[in-house]
Design a protein around this ligand. Structure first.
Ligand SMILES: [Zn+2]
Ligand SMILES: [Zn+2]
Ligand SMILES: [Zn+2]
Ligand SMILES: [Zn+2]
Ligand SMILES: [Zn+2]
Ligand SMILES: [Zn+2]
Length: 458
């Protein structure tokens, strides 16, 4: 019992974040939250012993009726606060955690720090089980990290008091729900165990009550029978006074029987026992600790001769995980980064070359196939012929210098006069020969005839 009590007190103060030390049968507690000290009415340190033989000067002997136990109990009843705590991980050199990442065709140029935090939650539940004359208290700490219940122990980390202005407090509904589910799993076996014990005890009590009532009924019956027989005997003696007395006795036994053997009494006693053997379970959320810690997050700039790209890298010092870098084509994580010439990040399997210009691209960016030579080409290399509408490499097309229109070699027309390949839509009929000539040849013909006219007039 002393052991259970000292464990309870020790755990309570540990959860409050106090310094707890148990040595030479003395439980010494210091660094207690001011809110509890005020509540208890006494400043720490406290020095508790649990057996009178261990009592020395300056200690306090504690049993289950002590004021400290009552103070803790009512403090727990009135609690339910949220504590903000920070794990003060020291910053790591970002290059260290990027050492396993390979940049295939680009260089890491810059890393600039971004402030980010990650969270987890600790829910402290107090479960009290009350039955018969027992009161049992169970304390459970449940940790929730990234949507999952995890095992945790804050004592392994450099914990300091949190600062509200440093973080945005996340929503706690979902983690609380998860923790409550977990609590059920944790306390259910104990509840089941006690419930079974209580049922057995109650059965025994019921047996006792039933046998008591049937025994009492038999006893009274025997007494009644005896008194009745005696009354029959007295009838022959003709002593009216004695008969009257005996009659009274018989009646009083009858009355007593009808009173005591009434089913109502028995039912009442059975009900009382049933109530006495009920198990009262009370779960209380005692404390929510919101724990945050820095995520080492950086904007990484990578660059090559064609393009540059900034993306976020982050390292979780708690799980020691580098946030995965995701290929923007296939969506899978990659440790080898290829920078597409338009700035996409892709993995080894998703990066391609343009077969026309040889620049590196991701798969998404070389979707075009030249209708002339069947090469996969980038958007920069692909052009559409104004004449036939086909898409092909620049190599198989020509831009008309006059109109700026692009035609494939098949769609251009040879001018009979200058022998050049020209925009087929701009041919005109020559006034001199009546044949179709290119626009340039037509213009120079017109200029010449104007000049000829000028000289004729002179
Ligand atoms: Zn990929
Ligand atoms: Zn290209
Ligand atoms: Zn791309
Ligand atoms: Zn081509
Ligand atoms: Zn064409
Ligand atoms: Zn021409």
């Amino acid at each position: 019992m002393e052991n259970q009590l000292s464990n309870f007190i020790q755990k309570f103060f540990e959860n409050l974040g106090a310094k707890v030390n148990f040595a030479n049968n003395v439980l010494e507690i210091s660094g207690v939250l001011e809110s509890f000290e005020k509540f208890y009415g006494k400043a720490s340190p406290y020095r508790f012993v649990f057996q009178s033989s261990n009592f020395i000067d300056g200690t306090e002997l504690v049993d289950k009726n002590s004021y400290i136990v009552k103070a803790i109990s009512s403090y727990l009843e009135n609690s339910g606060q949220t504590t903000l705590v920070k794990i003060d991980f020291k910053d790591e050199k970002p290059k260290d955690f990027l050492k396993n990442v390979k940049f295939a065709n680009a260089e890491l140029k810059d890393l600039s720090k971004i402030k980010k935090h990650n969270f987890f939650f600790r829910f402290t539940f107090h479960t009290s089980l009350q039955y018969l004359n027992e009161k049992e208290k169970i304390i459970n700490n449940i940790f929730v990290h990234e949507g999952k219940v995890t095992n945790g122990d804050l004592s392994d980390y450099p914990v300091v008091e949190g600062n509200k202005s440093e973080v945005t407090i996340p929503d706690m509904k979902e983690p609380y729900f998860l923790a409550k589910e977990e609590l059920k799993k944790l306390v259910d076996p104990e509840i089941q165990k006690i419930a079974i014990e209580l049922e057995k005890k109650l059965e025994k009590e019921n047996e006792r009550i039933n046998s008591h009532f049937s025994h009492a009924t038999n006893e009274h019956q025997e007494k009644l029978d005896r008194s009745k027989n005696k009354l029959v005997g007295l009838m022959h003696e003709n002593d009216s006074e004695k008969i009257e007395r005996q009659e009274k006795l018989v009646n009083s036994i009858r009355e007593k029987m009808s009173l005591e053997s009434s089913e109502g009494d028995k039912t009442r006693e059975l009900t009382i026992e049933k109530q006495r053997h009920a198990l009262n379970v009370n779960n209380k959320l005692f404390n929510t600790t919101l724990i945050y810690y820095p995520l080492f997050t950086y904007n990484a700039t990578i660059k090559n001769e064609f393009t540059k790209r900034i993306f976020e890298v982050s390292y979780d010092p708690l799980t020691e995980d580098l946030k995965e870098i995701i290929c923007e084509t296939c969506g899978l994580p990659t440790k080898e980064i290829h920078l597409c010439s338009t700035g996409h990040i892709s993995c080894k399997n998703c990066h391609y070359y343009c077969e026309a210009c040889n620049k590196e691209y991701c798969e998404k960016c070389v979707k075009t196939v030249c209708e002339h030579c069947n090469k996969s080409i980038c958007f920069e290399c692909a052009v559409r012929c104004f004449g036939c509408g086909k898409v092909m490499c620049k190599d198989h097309t020509r831009k008309d210098p006059l109109t700026g229109r692009i035609y494939c070699n098949d769609c251009l027309k040879t001018c009979g006069r200058c022998n050049n390949l020209k925009d087929p839509l701009r041919f005109k009929e020559s006034k001199k020969t009546g044949t179709m000539v290119c626009e340039e040849c037509f213009r120079s013909e017109m200029q010449k005839s104007v000049l000829d006219g000028v000289f004729e007039e002179d």
